[in-house]
Write a protein that binds this ligand. Structure first.
Ligand code: GSF
Length: 214
């Protein structure tokens, strides 16, 4: 019955996200890898009519909304929840050292995105108001972060251990964000192994389906 269908749809778990957010991409990939169903609600937090602050006082996406209206943020909390709630393909190891190594990789990848996003926003300001020092500081973090990402991976196939984990998802989202917002950085030239690795993980349908648009 249509009425019941509507009711079901209203009570589905939701992810509030923008299609360009690398943090939201991380959550979308984790949910897809874990085969967790949800409704994607696209909401741009920068738009005047955004509803994001009603769900997250920080006004940022992604936000996860449970059937009962309770919410989760930020992306690290959401992905930890999603990984724990379904037994399909564990993305965060249970062994304490392995687990925290994966979380460290995620912190590094997220930190690269944070610095790149600050640089991107600075560059969008009128030219006279931009601070070259601030821009250089943020881009310096991106470069140093990439060097550590590459050194941590060495010549391995995966970021941590010998299988695909949340570390790879976070890393892929950071590299994809750099390609999207800073193609001129040409990180592939200075990081050839990361470049080859990125091409490989981009073959996964969950990465292909979430390439940033806009
Ligand atoms: C960062 C979310 C974020 O910066 C997380 O979820 O991991 N630590 C948080 N979201 C941005 C969009 S994006 O760059 O992914 C956002 O919503 N910005 C709106 C604002 O008002 O800052």
């Amino acid at each position: 019955m249509p009425q019941n269908k509507n009711k079901t749809a209203q009570h589905k778990m939701k992810l509030i996200a923008s299609l360009t957010s690398p943090f939201a991409r991380k959550v979308r990939i984790v949910a897809a890898e874990k085969h967790i169903e949800y409704e994607l609600v696209v909401d741009l937090p920068w738009e005047p009519d955004t509803k994001v602050p009603e769900y997250n006082p920080l006004g940022k996406v992604p936000v996860w909304v449970f059937e009962d209206g309770k919410t989760l943020f930020d992306s690290r909390v959401i992905v930890e929840y999603l990984d724990s709630v379904s037994p399909v393909g564990h993305l965060i190891p249970t062994d304490p050292r392995a687990r925290i190594a994966v979380k460290r990789s995620e912190a590094l990848a997220d930190g690269i995105i944070d610095a790149a996003a600050l640089a991107f926003m600075e560059r969008k300001r009128p030219e006279q108001q931009q601070s070259p020092e601030w821009l250089a500081r943020q881009l310096g973090k991106v470069a140093a972060g990439l060097a550590t990402m590459s050194a941590d991976m060495g010549m391995n196939n995966w970021c941590q251990g010998d299988s695909f984990t949340l570390a790879d998802i976070a890393t892929g989202c950071a590299l994809g964000y750099l390609d999207f917002r800073f193609p001129e950085l040409d990180w592939r030239r200075s990081q050839p192994h990361l470049s080859e690795y990125f091409d490989r993980i981009m073959q996964r349908p969950t990465f292909k389906d979430t390439v940033p648009v806009g």
